[in-house]
Design a protein around this ligand. Structure first.
Ligand code: GPK
Length: 843
């Protein structure tokens, strides 16, 4: 039997509330086979993939029962709702999460076993819902889990991309991208709502007209599409609440343009369909660097427009046109600037469609909206050319101009004590519409500024990041509205990222703490500190890690065909490939380690080397040339060192292709050391660092993002910290030309340039990007942190040799992870920003 089931049996018995399913009278096996028979025309002899379909469609019904109950309750109670607007939701798989969250693991585990299947293998047939790039999209998914678990009335709103995040393959060590065709086998986790559709317009013209004697603005779009709703029920854990993620699919207004069709003009008949479907066709694969493509703005407006209409139509059904009360019933969280057009759209709906006065509409709008910033990288802040916006959304462009006029005028009064020259400078710097600094002829709409002006609250995602937002990125705004700015340190769901992905560790924790209450009260994990130095407990803890390492070793064998030493230190860096995340620095230290090993005699290696298996994984945006070169460097270095007979017992480097949520669920529990080594001040928070911490993985990190808070909770002395501090960065960048590189660094650069790993020409730009100090390169200061990084790596080796100390720290990590549950984060949002209260349906 799978130990998850035993953990669950414990969890089940101690559920704070009754489990949601009372256990249907009809045996689950019959239900699964009936689904296979009537939905798929299958009769016996099922593959794991079949068993997955039967199980999923069966579980779906319990999920929908819970969803319906919850929504009946919420309809009756009419509480205030939070709507989480996000262009990305990186959900991963749903089957096991749903089964475990609903407390159905006993029924379904047993049924599958009776039929001769294993839940784990059956679950493996599911494809990830990869409607996101990385941290920002996965954060949204964790937030939905916590909102439901905390019984908060709240929905996610986004786009039902037909193609999610591309699948990454390797060809001769280079990244290749393949489409993610994820819906071909149907999706049991969604419900199409044929009664929920809204029209969304683009382009056209704007006129003033008298409507019923009132002067109104009328927008006549030149292009229209229909947003079709799909609901994805979100089960909470240990509660009857199942909330909702509503995703919009774009479909044509007319199935076919019949006149064109009849006239034999098939091309034109198909045009409208293609145009419409193109809007929700594909997720842009850029993480932290927006692509200024028109289709992207279209996507943003498409889902925002449909979502706002949807919320307003539900409000109207209950409260009529009493829009002043909207902020008491609805608030919206803008997940980064991607949904910021909501500021203009809500104004348009209230003023043009509902006929409110501008000022009344503005009060409502700013009360309803809140904005989360997720990055400080200047190139990542979204700015749309006025020309593009005026053409696609002419009325919105007008509205933004009026907002900006009001805003700059207000600023003029507010800053009346400044000298006129200074005042003008400040106003220009804070204008929502401003010239492109690289092209004075082009005017841009600064979406972050629009979001700040149009919102009640603005927050960053870790303490250091929120301070940088206040002190640098949006400092002018902070000085004017200090109380608008907040911090909400990110969190991750302890269900998916500990209890469900590491049931063995979960069981051990539950045994030690005497209860599974930690699964939704992670502060209880602090109780593990009492066991940190207990040799018997350490031995059990080590045995779990070993079992998880064996699973990862199996995966490496499957992908690369190699057996790895399972007693080696498993050293992991998995995240999007980005220069600021410095995978390159990791590779340099691995090459350095390799060279040191080569210099040793076999006896010396045997006596003193700590064997390591290094794993790097992550996708590079398709157009991010430097990131692709970094991937190739990883694979090229791996090709050399993994087959070197002198060193291969002591050092390996594997690139694991197609890193995604599901792969993370295998890798993270197996990790002993994880790397979070961004240049200080560049990683807003990081969230995988929290997942590793929960799973007892030690962290090698810079003083950046949530690493800082993780170190505070775990004990700074237990974390391998290195590198320059955020406060030093500006000065160090200025002093670039005088920086003297470490001789070891120079040696490594020569090695790469000299072709030690082949592909000299391809790696040349990589070497140049960090090595031409005279022209001020190495923007992310790899050379500055290099020596400190190598020293920290030596400290890792020394600590690993003392297994009792390593295990003590490992336990201290999990014990210190209580703060990083997304339940805590969501509670803070609910109390400080949303003012939304729990509303739990009865079981
Ligand atoms: C930030 F700006 C962006 C973006 O476009 N995509 C994305 O994943 C990440 N992020 C940050 O880079 C992480 O530091 C952070 O933990 C995550 O958002 C969630 O806040």
């Amino acid at each position: 039997g799978r130990s998850a089931l035993r953990v669950q049996a414990v969890a089940e018995a101690e559920r704070p509330t009754a489990a949601k399913s009372s256990g249907s009278a009809e045996p689950v096996t019959t239900d699964i086979t009936s689904k296979l028979k009537y939905l798929f025309g299958r009769n016996g002899d099922y593959t794991n993939a079949d068993a997955y379909q039967g199980t999923a469609w069966s579980v779906r019904e319990k999920l929908i029962d819970s969803f319906n109950k919850t929504h009946e309750h919420w309809k009756k109670e009419d509480p205030k709702f939070i709507y989480y607007l996000s262009a990305e939701f990186l959900m991963g798989r749903s089957l096991t999460n749903t089964v475990y969250n609903l407390g159905l693991e006993g029924e379904y585990g047993n049924a599958l076993r009776e039929m001769g299947y294993h839940m784990e293998k059956v679950a493996d047939a599911e494809r990830d819902a990869a409607l996101g790039n990385g941290g920002l999209g996965r954060l949204a998914a964790c937030f939905l889990d916590s909102m439901a678990t905390l019984d908060l009335p709240g929905w996610g709103y986004g786009i039902r991309y037909k193609y999610g995040m591309f699948k990454q393959g390797l060809k001769d060590g280079y990244q290749v991208e393949m489409p993610d065709i994820w819906l071909t086998k149907g999706n049991p986790w969604e419900v199409r709502r044929d009664d929920v559709k809204f029209e969304v317009g683009f382009g056209g013209r704007v006129e003033r007209k008298k409507v019923n004697g009132k002067e109104m603005t009328v927008w006549t779009p030149s292009e229209k599409v229909i947003a079709q709703a799909y609901d994805n029920p979100i089960p909470g854990y240990a509660t009857p609440t199942t909330s909702n993620l509503r995703l919009w699919d774009a479909v044509p207004v007319h199935e076919f343009d019949l006149s064109a069709f009849n006239a034999g003009d098939y091309d034109r008949a198909m045009l409208e369909r293609e145009r419409a479907e193109g809007i929700s066709a594909v997720l842009y694969p850029n993480d932290s660097t927006p692509e200024g493509k028109e289709l992207r703005l279209k996507q943003q407006y498409f889902f925002v427009c449909a979502s706002l209409q949807d919320v307003m139509s539900r409000f109207r059904a209950v409260h009529g046109a009493n829009w002043e009360a909207l902020p008491e019933k609805a608030c919206f969280q803008l997940n980064d600037t991607h949904p910021t057009i909501a500021v203009a759209e809500l104004m348009r709906l209230l003023v043009d469609v509902e006929g409110l006065e501008w000022d009344a509409a503005w009060t409502i709008t700013t009360k309803c909206l809140n904005y989360t910033n997720h990055t400080v990288m200047p190139e990542a802040l979204e700015k749309w050319p006025v020309k593009v916006m005026a053409k696609m959304l002419p009325r919105h462009m007008e509205i933004i101009e009026v907002i900006n006029e009001g805003w700059t005028k207000w600023l003029g009064v507010h800053l009346k004590d400044l000298k006129s020259e200074e005042r003008a400078k400040k106003i220009a710097a804070m204008s929502i519409i401003h010239a492109n600094p690289w092209n004075a002829d082009e005017m841009l709409v600064n979406m972050a500024y629009l979001a700040v002006v149009g919102s009640s609250a603005v927050n960053g995602v870790a303490a250091i990041h929120s301070n940088i937002v206040k002190d640098e990125i949006l400092n002018d705004f902070y000085e004017i509205f200090p109380s608008k700015f907040q911090n909400k340190t990110n969190g991750v769901t302890p269900r998916r990222w500990l209890a469900w992905c590491n049931p063995e560790l979960a069981q051990l924790i539950t045994e030690a703490l005497g209860s599974s209450e930690w699964i939704n009260d992670t502060e209880k994990l602090a109780g593990l500190r009492a066991f940190a130095s207990d040799p018997a407990f350490q031995a059990k803890w080590a045995a779990v890690k070993k079992a998880k390492k064996a699973k990862l070793a199996e995966l490496i064998k499957k992908i690369h065909g190699d057996d790895v030493n399972q007693n080696a230190l498993f050293d992991i860096q998995i995240k999007r490939i980005h220069e600021y995340k410095r995978q390159y620095l990791n590779v340099l230290s691995i090459i350095w380690r390799y060279k040191q090993l080569k210099k040793m005699t076999p006896e010396q290696r045997k006596a003193s080397a700590v064997p390591r298996v290094c794993v790097i994984g992550g996708k590079a945006a398709s157009a991010y040339d430097m990131a692709k070169r970094i991937i190739r460097l990883v694979t090229a270095v791996g090709e050399v060192i993994n087959k070197d007979p002198e060193t291969k017992d002591y050092l390996r480097l594997y690139f694991l292709p197609d890193y995604n949520v599901t792969l993370a669920e295998t890798i993270i529990p197996a990790a002993e050391l994880s790397q979070h080594i961004s240049t200080a001040g560049t990683e807003a928070s990081g969230t995988s660092n929290m997942k590793f911490q929960m799973n007892g993985c030690l962290i090698m990190g810079t003083w950046d993002g949530a690493n800082i808070e993780i170190a505070e909770e775990t004990g700074v002395e237990n974390v391998f910290v290195f590198g320059v501090r955020a406060e030093e960065i500006n000065q160090l960048r200025k002093d670039r030309k005088n920086f003297k590189t470490d001789p070891r660094w120079d040696e490594l650069m020569k090695d790469i340039e000299g072709g030690m790993f082949g592909d000299k020409d391809y790696f040349k730009p990589l070497v140049d990007s960090v090595n031409n100090m005279k022209v001020g390169n190495d923007w992310f200061l790899l050379a500055n942190d290099f020596a400190g990084y190598l020293a920290a790596q030596e400290e890792v080796d020394a600590t690993y040799k003392d297994q009792a100390e390593w295990l003590r720290r490992s336990i201290m990590y999990t014990a210190g992870s209580g703060k990083f549950s997304s339940d805590r984060t969501i509670r803070e949002y609910a109390e400080d920003i949303w003012h939304v209260k729990p509303a739990r349906p009865s079981a």
